[in-house]
Design a protein around this ligand. Structure first.
Ligand code: MN
Ligand code: MN
Length: 468
């Protein structure tokens, strides 16, 4: 058989087709090495950034090492200046001043550092049947059955009446104890197994085991008393201090490479620390951009971007206002000429659940940064729906900068949906579009992403900072 007859015939109109390609078919060997290196840094970050407070703390450490200084309100900055501003320990803004004035707008990347988790109630500690437990209320959209019978860490802060803060972080050190929520043994699960998955484990049933050893003492609740004694010795707190505490339990899983080929990363809280890290690394590398580069890491996205540290907060306007004032510019002028990449994760096509996605329009693992024209649900309800002009601009930027990307969409029409911070930057008259890393098992205690998609997200954000 001759060689030519083996060749697949190609249509002369082939060039008219749009075909996306797997990033590994497009990346050079050199780029794959950079991608692996970037993933290492991210694995380290995600391992440490288990809450929004810890994510901000880690981000500030990296920013200071890169020469960023705390922003001083009212002080005029010059091109090349690198500053950061912390919002109540839970959100962070990083800025590298560009050559162009602020009235020409900024290139903004916004991501969130909060993630679904289980928060303690304000009166959490009790004893039942000589076991000490914490009452909880979950934060964000979780499938409750996924959070039982897994190891949990405890993180957060006690703020005492005199305003002194005591940090709590139990779990990261291998010598630390862990916590857990029980599930029912299958032997006695006959009634439970007849329930729907939404009802099999209840919100009020998510009580965390924290101890079982009674104090050698007189009186009642000796197991609970033992826990209070330990907390008092370690943190100097009493039961009343829980009233002004913010403590969360999060999965105690290691962030690790997944698969024989190590192409994926498993960990807790990829949503959305994977985009937060990509944005952070991209802004830390800026030196003297044309336009001012801004990276915004916000809190409370998982509960609707509410609150003083969420994207709806006027904090961002106050900060940008102060920055603009020193140049005699209003934020209105600045925002009108700005561009925002709202970087948040989207769902990756899952071969275990093909029925929820339109494969032609769903993001796929290893196909690069995923752009979403809109999020929301039903008929684009709750979406900011970026314009074709905005997408065109990105297409050009990405193709000029070798960014591998794909178009994504959050599941089939009428299957469900979700939102991001995009609508809250768009409503400020900033051209905004969603972009991010596709995730498998999103919002589960252990989520999966691809290293190639992570790297292309970072590369995409760097391309945005070149936008003038
Ligand atoms: Mn998210
Ligand atoms: Mn989310």
């Amino acid at each position: 058989m001759s060689e030519s007859s083996n060749e697949k015939k190609k249509s002369q109109y082939e060039h008219l087709l749009y075909k996306k390609k797997n990033a590994y078919e497009l990346m050079s060997d050199e780029e794959i090495v950079s991608c692996e290196k970037f993933a290492e840094g991210y694995i380290d970050f995600l391992t440490k950034a288990k809450t929004e407070r810890l994510a901000v703390k880690e981000a500030v450490k990296l920013a200071e090492a890169a020469g960023f200084k705390p922003y001083v309100y009212g002080k005029k900055l010059k091109p090349g200046d690198k500053v950061y501003d912390i919002n109540r320990d839970k959100a962070l803004t990083l800025v590298v001043m560009g050559k162009a004035p602020l009235k020409d707008g900024v290139n903004l990347v916004a991501a969130h550092v909060d993630a679904p988790r289980i928060d303690l109630k304000q009166n959490p500690l009790y004893e039942d049947s000589e076991i000490a437990l914490f009452k909880t209320r979950y934060y964000g959209g979780i499938k409750k059955y996924q959070w039982v019978a897994i190891p949990l860490e405890l993180h957060g802060v006690f703020v005492k009446k005199d305003a002194t803060k005591v940090d709590v972080s139990i779990g990261p050190d291998k010598g630390d104890p862990l916590f857990t929520i029980t599930d029912l043994l299958p032997h006695l699960g006959a009634d439970q197994m007849k329930k729907t998955m939404a009802e099999g484990i209840t919100g009020e049933g998510l009580n965390v085991i924290v101890g079982s050893r009674p104090l050698k003492d007189e009186g009642e609740s000796k197991v609970k008393m033992q826990i209070l004694k330990i907390l008092n010795e370690k943190y100097g707190v009493t039961e009343e201090d829980f009233l002004s505490a913010e403590l969360s339990v999060v999965p105690a899983f290691d962030t690790r490479e997944i698969g024989f080929d190590r192409s994926l990363i498993g960990g807790y809280g990829h949503d959305d620390r994977v985009c937060a890290y990509s944005g952070l690394m991209a802004v830390l590398e800026q030196d003297m951009p044309e336009k001012t580069a801004v990276c915004l890491l916000v809190d409370k996205e998982e509960i609707g971007s509410e609150g003083v540290t969420g994207m709806k907060s006027a904090y961002f306007d106050c900060f940008m206002s102060d920055l603009c004032q020193s140049e005699g510019t209003t934020i209105y002028e600045c925002f009108a000429n700005s561009f925002c990449l709202s970087t948040d994760v989207c769902n990756a096509f899952d071969p275990n659940f093909p029925e929820v996605s339109d494969k032609r329009n769903n993001a796929q693992l290893n196909y690069g940064l995923s752009i979403l024209k809109h999020t929301g649900s039903r008929g684009k309800s709750g979406a900011s729906d970026a314009s074709a002009e905005v997408i065109a601009k990105l297409r050009k930027l990405f193709s000029e900068n070798g960014v591998i990307w794909q178009m994504g969409e959050l599941g089939k029409v009428d299957q469900g949906g979700g939102g991001t911070v995009a609508m809250f930057t768009a409503v400020r008259n900033i051209d905004t579009i969603d972009a991010g890393v596709p995730v498998l098992s999103m919002h589960a205690p252990y989520e999966i992403i691809s290293k190639a998609d992570l790297y292309m997200t970072y590369k995409g954000i760097k391309a945005l900072f070149k936008n003038n």
